[in-house]
Design a protein around this ligand. Structure first.
Ligand code: SF4
Ligand code: SF4
Length: 187
């Protein structure tokens, strides 16, 4: 009988196909945390998150905003002395979090991710006005007015379409994507 996989093993598997060494090689030196431009907004630093994964603190990691706050700048990845792809680990945690439906309440990231994937599966293209609907309710009235003015300018200048468009060969694209993404059933 196969034992249940540990959280650290599952995250390691998600990162298997990416570049870099496994997180078990982390020296806990903290260079990633010292490098990260977004660290002040994170519940746990990148170094701490790696330590928590290695300790199999799954619920604590899933409740953290750290990987949703990551800006994917890759500074940590290029500076890590152990050659760990920390930025890709943040992506792996996002995928895992969406897969398990376990994340911190009130974050924009999970709603935005789900809306984005469903939109791509349904049309093969990104359509910003539809995406905006997922995060505008979390903005202040002033921000919404500012976003609305910017969107109007983009539509009037022809840089953003008024209606969504679909790609050619959408059915084949959907078949391909649905092999790897368990959400986003085409409507
Ligand atoms: S820089 Fe690399 S080795 Fe150092 S704590 Fe971060 S992940 Fe670990
Ligand atoms: S990739 Fe993410 S975790 Fe790494 S330095 Fe940039 S913002 Fe920080």
């Amino acid at each position: 009988m196969v034992d249940q996989l540990s959280f650290s093993y599952e995250v390691g598997n998600l990162m298997y196909a990416s570049h870099g060494e496994p997180i078990t090689n982390c020296l806990q030196c903290g260079i990633c945390s010292g490098t990260c431009p977004a660290v002040e907004f994170m519940d746990h630093t990148p170094r701490q998150i790696i330590g928590m994964i290695r300790a199999d603190l799954k619920d604590e990691v899933m409740a953290s905003n750290t990987y949703w706050t990551c800006a994917s700048c890759y500074y940590c990845t290029v500076r890590c002395p152990a050659e760990i792809d920390i930025a890709d680990m943040m992506y792996a945690l996002k995928r895992y979090s969406m897969w398990k439906g376990q994340f911190q309440a009130g974050l924009i990231g999970p709603d935005f991710s789900e809306a984005f994937v469903k939109m791509i599966v349904n049309s093969g293209r990104s359509f910003e006005p539809l995406l905006a609907a997922t995060y505008l309710p979390k903005f202040s009235a002033g921000d919404i007015i500012q976003e609305g003015l910017m969107a109007t300018g983009l539509v009037l200048s022809g840089k953003m379409p008024l209606l969504p468009k679909k790609i050619k060969g959408l059915k084949k694209f959907q078949q391909m994507v649905r092999r790897i993404i368990p959400i986003g059933e085409p409507s």
